[in-house]
Design a protein around this ligand. Structure first.
Ligand code: ASP
Length: 380
């Protein structure tokens, strides 16, 4: 079924199997024990000389299948299970012991905050417990909303160990499927001590990006995940991982403890344009369960600002624009009235939605969350 897996098996049998992770200085690994409440779907034979890496599979194109190898645009996402994903890349087992969970098997538009909370809580339990035996977690995910889950995990799993989110632009059945190489690189990054203290990562197409900055930029092509202003933080050469700089944290990053959170409030994004009717925001509030809004809109429009101010009196409204790169700077002083929108800073629309949900769920002040990190730098 998988042309790539046949080739990789051949290479493995020819001895092309040196681990790309430097294993020389590491202590022997203790066996991974799955935390209570999680059903382990796959585990590789244990080798105490290798680090442990956990793969949480959620579906997407990386697990997609089409009925022809030439079909890379029409296929069903989330058709292949975590075991088949791992089996297609035998070299994974030269890098680490692999433990797999099937968290979901859906296209990424169906990933919701219940699944995100489940992944964050599991990743914290697996990586951050004092007796953790695991070096890193890899999450396989559909690319359309991958940056949202990666950003969510960046804000909620913060004990210094890597969480690497990865997908594919071509289904597993396509000629030149990118999933196997992307998965190999993701596991390489998750297993590597070089990846520590860099936050959640997105690895795709030979590049490593910080989840805080990286976003999907092209609908069709492999070269889609980019961090337009700060750029990539690392890459792969012959599957050897390298970083350009020592570890760093985005200066505007806020973190959230979701260990006791069971649900996130609903936040919607409203898209503005010429002749935008801001009553759409009031209509969103009339749905009843909306606790915040992100307004992706150019300023102004006849009558719009008065409606926006009215809505901002009822729920926090984070303001970005439609262009997903650049800064919406806060005012020099935090406004005192509660009918003033919140500036998104450098957080794009879909990530602003996630950050507002997390602020509301954990009792953090939304304006402080978005604006203070920038205010203290821009106006100091
Ligand atoms: N529709 C797919 C998804 O996001 C696209 C992909 O994975 O690239 O699940």
């Amino acid at each position: 079924m998988f042309q790539t897996s046949a080739l990789l098996l051949l290479l493995a049998s020819l001895g092309a199997s040196a681990s790309p992770v430097d294993l020389s200085a590491r202590e022997t690994t203790k066996e991974f024990v799955s935390p209570p409440g999680l059903n382990l779907t796959y585990s590789s034979p244990f080798n105490s000389a290798l680090p442990n890496v956990v793969i949480m599979a959620t579906g997407g194109t990386i697990a997609g299948a089409a009925n022809s190898a030439t079909s890379s645009g029409v296929y069903s996402a989330g058709s292949i299970g975590v075991e088949a994903l791992i089996d297609a890349v035998p070299d994974l087992l030269n890098i680490s012991n692999i433990y797999g969970y099937q968290i979901a098997n859906v296209g990424s538009p169906s990933i919701n905050s219940t699944i995100q909370l489940q992944i964050a809580q599991a990743a914290n339990a697996i990586l951050c417990a004092p007796d953790s035996t695991t070096e890193g977690v890899v999450v396989t995910h559909g690319t359309d909303t991958l940056e949202e889950t990666a950003f969510f995990l960046d804000l909620t799993v913060n004990c210094g160990k890597p969480v690497v989110v990865v997908g594919a632009m071509r289904p597993a059945t396509a000629y030149s499927a990118d999933g196997p190489a992307n998965l190999l690189q993701a596991v390489t990054a998750a297993a590597s001590p070089l990846s520590k203290d860099r936050g959640a990562l997105i690895t795709m197409n030979d590049r490593v990006g910080s989840a805080w900055y990286t976003q999907k930029t092209h609908v069709n092509y492999l070269d889609t995940f980019k961090a337009p202003e700060p750029g990539y933080i690392g890459g792969f050469f012959n599957n050897r991982l390298f970083y350009y700089n020592t570890p760093a944290t985005p200066v505007f990053k806020k973190t959230f403890d979701v260990s006791n959170i069971t649900a996130l409030p609903r936040v919607d994004i409203i898209y503005g344009h010429q002749e935008f009717d801001a009553r759409l925001m009031e209509a969103a509030l009339e749905l009843g369960d909306v606790k915040g809004l992100v307004l992706a809109s150019p300023n102004g429009g006849v009558g719009a600002e008065a409606i926006i101010a009215r809505v901002a009196e009822q729920v926090p409204v984070v303001r970005h624009v439609r262009i997903n790169v650049g800064m919406i700077a806060p005012s020099a002083e935090a406004p005192t009235a509660n009918n003033v929108t919140i500036s998104s800073g450098l957080v794009n629309n879909q990530k602003s939605r996630i950050q507002l949900q997390l602020a509301l769920a954990t009792g953090a002040d939304p304006r402080e969350t978005f604006e203070e990190p920038l205010r203290s730098i821009l106006y100091a």
